[in-house]
Design a protein around this ligand. Structure first.
Ligand SMILES: Cc1cc2nc3c(=O)[nH]c(=O)nc-3n(C[C@H](O)[C@H](O)[C@H](O)COP(=O)(O)O)c2cc1C
Length: 205
């Protein structure tokens, strides 16, 4: 397929701040009617040096980085505890655009995690408190029974933020914006952290 939807991506039209540039493209993706414009593929590295990747949702900017929320004891949490670095890739097919982040990862504060947790629907809160993410479970019934027990136990009370659940912050060290173009000669502009600022380079497609 030929990628022809958008005008060329040129150096002079980029925002000086890659997160502001990303925010503008995310706004375009929302306006384009994508079902999950905030979904991105998060790649981490295990203790054995092997990568693993899964889709999670971007939940906002914080302290010059990107946040997402998950179980700290699942596979990605264990991998990030050993190698606190990740790659995050967004693909917006309706715009023929990709954005790639690479950077260090740290946990956000408990207060920020609590604020986000409390903003979630009660069902999601109880689900997070019920799931031992990434572990093997013998049957679906076992999970449903644990959920039902938690619904009963927590009736009429707020659901406390689980100790093993919260947010991570990706602090980007590089951010690449990719715009599909004709004949596979796509535009790729990459911001690279240099001191307190950013250097922008064009990459061959
Ligand atoms: C569209 C979509 C959004 C998802 N969002 C999240 C999320 O925000 N947080 C999360 O922990 N898992 C999310 N998941 C589930 C993850 O892909 C994954 O199954 C889970 O986090 C366990 O990954 P792990 O075993 O590598 O830790 C999402 C899955 C999809 C398909």
């Amino acid at each position: 397929m030929q990628y022809t939807l958008n005008p060329p991506l040129i150096e002079t039209s980029l925002n000086a701040d890659p997160l502001a540039q990303f925010d503008a493209w995310l706004g375009d993706a929302r306006a384009a009617g994508m079902i999950e414009p905030t979904a991105f593929t998060l790649a981490t590295v295990g203790a054995d040096g092997r990568p693993s990747a899964r889709v999670v949702l971007f939940k906002g900017f914080h302290d010059a980085g990107l946040t997402f929320y998950t179980c700290y004891e699942g596979r990605k949490g264990q991998e990030l505890a050993v190698h606190p670095f990740a790659a995050a890739t967004f693909w917006w097919d309706r715009l023929e655009r990709q954005v790639r982040f690479e950077g260090s990862v740290e946990k956000v504060s408990r207060d920020l995690s609590r604020d986000y947790f409390e903003s979630r629907p009660r069902g999601s809160q109880i689900g997070a408190a019920t799931s031992l993410q990434s572990r093997v479970v013998a049957t679906r019934d076992e999970l449903d029974e644990r959920l039902a027990a938690n619904v009963q136990r927590l009736e009429g009370q707020p659901v406390p933020l689980p100790d093993n659940w919260g947010g991570y912050l990706i602090r980007p060290q590089s951010v690449e914006f990719w715009q599909g173009r004709r004949n596979r000669l796509h535009d790729r502009l990459r911001y690279r952290r240099e001191g307190d600022g950013w250097t922008v380079e064009r990459l061959e497609p």
